[in-house]
Design a protein around this ligand. Structure first.
Ligand code: FES
Length: 170
């Protein structure tokens, strides 16, 4: 595989097998970790007892989401991008924004969704070991794909994380 020119080829079969990324006891201490899963950079958060994984680069301009703060907006846990403060829900990857009704300037601002902007991935925990399974890029396009592939990919290095032969989907 040529990592220097690794763009996603739609004709290429996607590998969506789970990849071991670390130990549960470690992420419970650090609350977050980063990993390369099948040559895609992801960040994994442990927040209020739940795991969330998403593309590491923000859909807006490629900001480093692993350096952002987690805050609740409208009752939804979001990662706040450190670059321009975009808010992305941890559970769905939706971009949130506040809107007012221009015909009623006195009205309160309401939180609204732009839809799914950041690709999220599946986290599985087996025997204290954390695995990430990439969502299928062939099923839908997501804005964050732009910064996860091709010339915008920041980290150009081979994956050091290998498939775990002990992992079984049960
Ligand atoms: Fe994340 Fe702009 S790059 S908000």
């Amino acid at each position: 595989m040529d990592l220097q020119s690794s763009t996603q080829d739609p004709k290429k079969t996607e590998d969506n097998s789970p990849i071991y990324v670390g130990r549960e006891e470690d992420i419970k201490k650090s609350q977050r970790m980063t990993a390369i899963v099948h040559d895609r950079e992801v960040v994994i958060f442990y927040h209020k007892g739940e795991y969330h994984a998403m593309d590491i680069r923000c859909y807006h301009s490629g900001g480093p989401l692993h350096l952002g703060e987690i805050e609740d907006f409208d009752g939804r846990a979001c990662i706040v991008c450190p670059w321009h403060k975009y808010k992305i829900t941890l559970s769905t990857g939706e971009g949130l924004y506040q809107a007012i009704n221009p015909k009623d300037p006195s009205a309160e601002r309401k939180w609204c969704s732009k839809g799914i902007k950041q690709r999220i991935h599946t986290v599985t925990v087996k025997n204290g070991r954390i695995y990430v399974t990439l969502s299928k890029t062939s099923e839908f396009k997501c804005d964050s794909d732009f910064y996860a592939t091709g010339q915008f990919k920041v980290i150009q290095r081979p994956s050091t994380l290998k498939k775990d032969p002990d992992f079984k989907n049960t």
